[in-house]
Write a protein that binds this ligand. Sequence first.
Ligand code: AMP
Length: 279
Amino acid sequence: MTPIMIRTLQEMQSISRHWEPGKKIGFIPTMGYLHEGHISLVKAAEAECDIIVVSIYVNPSQFGPNEDFSKYPRDLEHDLKQLSQCKVDYLFFPSDKEMYPDNYRTWVSVDGLSDVLCGKSRPGHFRGVSTIVLKLINLVHPTYMYMGLKDYQQIVVLEKMISDLHLPTIIRRCPIVRESDGLAMSSRNKYLDADERQRALSLSNSLQVVREYVAAGGSDVREAKGMMQAKIIEAEGRIDYIEIADSKTLQPVERIESGNRALVAVYFGKTRLIDNMEL
Ligand code: AMP
């Protein structure tokens, strides 16, 4: 079905103010250029919600000055086609002008969790993410918000924000959707040329290798990170970070235990890709 398009904050508010009590409202915030990973979140919402809202908004405040904000892929027609396979009631498509008017002043930051891993190499990124997601939650009033484990740190940061600010929304963690060869789906995969696309497989391969190492009883962090590094260097990726972290605090661990998370961020050409796996 074709969702009802909502372009203004006032329209969104006048609808969400009147959600029928007891109805489950599912919300999927995205930056568009939708792929099967996004659609899996919608399908998860379909399984338990009465009303589904998807938002498409390329949030300028989560991009650094030298990042890909202006060239981030945007294609509303393509997105509407993707969504027509689903039961989405509303597509919320706000404008920069309304989200960040000239006198905009308010920011949310989740200390400690936002300055490690991706936050270290993308200063201000999670401040932008936390702020926009809080604004969207306030506009949509969702019962459940569906988010992909592909962006593991994002989920941990937003769960903390929701708990610290006593928001009534619950995050549903959804599994990473991968291409058949293992590459995690991402809107940014579009930037890869054929050679980079092939080399980018080293991301999921490096995680698989460390997962097998831990499954076989390995617990040495240096050895595990060395194995991951070797896979990526072999594929001529430029490593931003390779980490094995506690799944809640995101701090590096000294010995690997079951439930820890391996996380990687690597450049292939100019494209920075991330992936992670539970160990
Ligand atoms: P984005 O449009 O990249 O901001 O992503 C919107 C939502 O889709 C986030 O919750 C992402 O974690 C999720 N997502 C992106 N790629 C995938 C994937 N390959 N599998 C599962 N969820 C994903």
